[in-house]
Ligand binder design. Structure first.
Ligand code: BGC
Length: 730
């Protein structure tokens, strides 16, 4: 059934109707009330797409339709059922942001988000509130799973690809949360205090890349403050940097809240207030009346909203079907997970298994497998494959008693939750105990043990160290006992980490033979894991962040709310009311690598079932930048793909710089054994620059630049250098 927009409006003939080329005329015809109404959105019931995050208001007399905005980022979040119909409106749960960043493959991400974009379009939504792209500053941020990386280049390139894919379907994206929304604790009020250099090079750089390379229709300003000012009220951020410096020509909307000083937001260049309150309209009206908000400022913002509206499907009266191709999108989601999952450990070539083995599958998360996160990052999928189902489908035979035990424990936990009507703190399910005696029996009866560990998180709360970043006592005991018993029996142990953020691995990884990291891989991700276990898929993902040995090794550890504590006098609470980004630019590998701090798994790390040789690279450089080529050959016995990471070590003498910084990356196609591919990576002089606070300018120092071609930040396979003759300023 094709649906034309019921949201659309009955055109009444008392004004010009909105066209893409008559915005000036429309502005003239609009009353101040109408203008203020258009700058303040709404939320709740939208006639044809119930339960979306929000909408922009309709002005029927001028042919201005309502447009619909909904979350993101792991797929479209709309209500799957509606009153009065038995039809369902499920969406595909795609891999979460951190997993797609682990692909290091913007082209793959673009294909995946084309499928996502067509769900947005076919369900009658105009803007997907995604991608989320705040920097992984600290492993405990509760929304890291929605976000992409600790590195701005990887984050920016993946986000740009995401946007291009979604927007290729004629719907928009809203890149969020701009900017420095790196913690959930007190997210509405927290003041992120960041040096100008760290801001430009780390926390804004990824947005800059996404804006310049992805051209999103919209940007969502964040809840938090940045150096004392709400981001949504910062003229410098939303106008000087975003628009004047980077050339963004779209719409800025607030994150979902209502702050005082609506007028300051409007003046700063925050066009649309979401989800929108009457008092915001009143404030705008009063400010126009008093002259505090000039007519020019008002019209500027309204113009941007109108320019956005004429691009939307609702404006075009797109006849959406409410029937996206969920079946083929499930395959896209699965493929995306296959291309992204990271193999962290594979001793004695434990993986791939031969196929057909008897598997003892441990862990409550083998039944309750997390496909997507919670909060606005949740997606209503028709199902999420779990590891029991996936391994069976892949041809393994499960220890049925054990499988049954976990199903039973899971059902009990669910009953308990229902009875207590509690929304339990679901960071992880409680792990049922398995006695050593039972493990001994299972080790005799099965060929291999697979343990699935899970973690979940969502907006509004950060993760904690105890029993979250660190394993719980029962999880630890399970790993210890299973490893001891299976190893005694000459059998192997594999761990699958179905997690939303970094966990501690250093203390237990040596006990097990293999570790697979699918993160939260979407509704089909468990099948992708099973295919990797079976060797049908050769893993090619690499870490988009560092796994530290201890939480306290993280450069921001002392300046992050690592436990939930909101006590103290409001306004004065360190890491709650304000957070000092004392680590400056030393985020992630920039810190670990430069300061020689041991890590559990470095940035950019990931194993394959095959091996790759990196040939001698070539570089052509001039004052504009350089182009490097390198030939990668599959020297192993399985087809596979390799990510080459190009780090640059800058000459000394200029600003203090990290030992190396990621400046480009490229992924081969699937190379057959013996096959080679030459990868080309281009970096401009501007991309080599650092921000000099004393001159408020970007500088590329003169001197010798070393190009390091790595399989990870610490595994450099080839190096060449080139000379920049003169320093350049931007
Ligand atoms: C979240 C946003 C989301 C919005 C609408 C907010 O609470 O921070 O990411 O897009 O809600 O659901």
């Amino acid at each position: 059934m094709l649906m034309c927009s019921q949201v659309a409006f009955a055109q009444q003939a008392d004004g010009p109707a909105l066209l893409s080329d008559n915005i000036d005329e429309i502005l003239k015809a609009m009353t101040t009330e109408e203008k203020c109404a258009l700058l303040v959105g709404g939320a709740g019931i939208v006639p044809d797409v119930p339960d979306v995050a929000g909408y922009t208001r309709t002005i029927p007399r001028l042919g201005i339709p309502m447009t619909v905005l909904s979350d993101g980022p792991a797929g479209l979040r709309i209500n799957p059922t509606r009153e009065g119909t038995s039809q369902t409106f499920y969406c595909t749960g795609f891999p979460i942001g951190t997993l797609i960043a682990s692909s290091w493959d913007p082209a793959m991400v673009e294909v995946m988000t084309q499928a996502m974009g067509s769900e947005v379009l076919e369900y009658g939504v105009d803007v997907l509130l995604a991608p989320g792209m705040n920097i992984h500053r600290n492993p405990l941020c509760g929304r890291n799973f929605e976000y992409l990386s600790e590195d701005p280049l990887l984050s920016g390139r993946i986000a740009a690809a995401y946007v291009r894919g979604v927007q290729s379907k004629g719907v928009g994206c809203s890149v969020k949360h701009f900017a420095a929304n790196n913690q959930e604790t007190n997210r509405l009020e927290n003041d992120a205090r960041i040096s100008e250099r760290a801001l430009r090079e780390i926390y804004l750089k990824n947005f800059e890349i996404a804006i310049k390379e992805g051209h999103p229709w919209t940007v969502m300003s964040s809840y938090n403050k940045l150096n004392g000012e709400y981001t949504q009220q910062s003229h410098r951020l939303l106008t000087t940097i975003l628009r004047d410096d980077w050339g963004f020509d779209g719409l800025v909307m607030t994150d979902w809240g209502c702050k005082d000083s609506t007028v300051k937001s409007a003046k700063a260049g925050n066009d649309l207030m979401m989800p929108g309150f009457q008092r915001e309209r009143d404030r705008l009206m009063a400010a126009v009346k008093s002259g505090e908000l000039t007519q020019a400022e008002l019209d500027r913002n309204v113009r941007r909203v109108l320019e956005y509206i004429v691009k939307t499907p609702h404006y075009r009266k797109y006849p959406y079907s409410n029937q996206p191709d969920l079946r083929s999108h499930a395959q896209v989601a699965r493929k995306a997970a296959e291309e992204s999952i990271v193999l962290l450990r594979n001793e004695h070539s434990t993986l791939p298994l031969k196929g057909g083995e008897k598997v003892a599958l441990y862990g409550i998360s083998s039944v309750d497998f997390f496909g997507v996160g919670t909060g606005s990052g949740f997606v209503h999928t028709s199902h999420v494959a779990n590891m029991q189902e996936a391994l069976t489908t892949a041809g393994f035979s499960l220890d049925e008693d054990l499988a049954d035990y976990y199903r039973h424990c899971y059902a009990l936990q669910q009953d308990k939750e229902r009875m207590e009507a509690s929304s339990t703190d679901k960071r992880h399910r409680s792990e049922p105990e398995v006695s050593v005696k039972a493990i001994e029996r299972q080790a005799q009866a099965n060929d291999v043990a697979i343990i699935v560990l899970g973690r979940i998180a969502g907006e509004g709360a950060d993760r904690v160290v105890h029993d979250d970043f660190e394993l719980t006592a029962i999880e630890r005991e399970l790993i210890q006992n299973v490893s001891l018993v299976y190893h005694k029996a000459g059998k192997r142990v594999v761990v699958v980490l179905n997690i939303v953020g970094v966990v501690e691995t250093a203390s237990w990884k040596g006990l097990v033979d293999a570790i697979i990291l699918p993160w939260t891989p979407g509704q089909e991700g468990a099948h992708a894991v099973a295919d990797i276990i079976k060797g049908k898929v050769n893993p090619s993902g690499k870490l988009p962040m560092t796994f530290p040995v201890n939480y306290m090794d993280s450069p921001s550890a002392g300046n992050f709310p690592y436990r939930w504590d909101m006590s103290g006098r409001r306004g004065t609470r360190r890491n709650v009311d304000f957070t000092e980004y004392e680590e400056g630019i030393w985020v992630g590998y920039r810190h670990f690598q430069t300061h020689g701090v041991e890590v559990s798994y470095p940035f950019g790390y990931g194993l394959s079932y095959t091996t790759f040789n990196y040939g001698q690279p070539k570089v052509k450089a001039n004052q504009e930048g350089f182009t490097a080529t390198i030939t990668v050959t599959n020297t192993g016995s399985m087809p596979g793909r390799e990510v080459v990471e190009l780090y640059v070590s800058a000459p000394s003498g200029g600003l203090e710089k990290p030992d190396r910084e990621l400046k480009a990356f490229a992924k081969t196609k699937t190379l057959r054994p013996g096959e080679s591919e030459t990868l080309t990576m281009t970096v401009t002089a501007y991309e080599l620059a650092s921000f000099n606070e004393s001159t408020a300018a970007w500088e590329t120092a003169a001197g010798t630049y070393k190009l390091l071609f790595g399989a990870s930040a610490t595994d450099i396979r080839q190096a060449v250098s080139f000379k920049m003759k003169k320093a350049i300023g931007f």
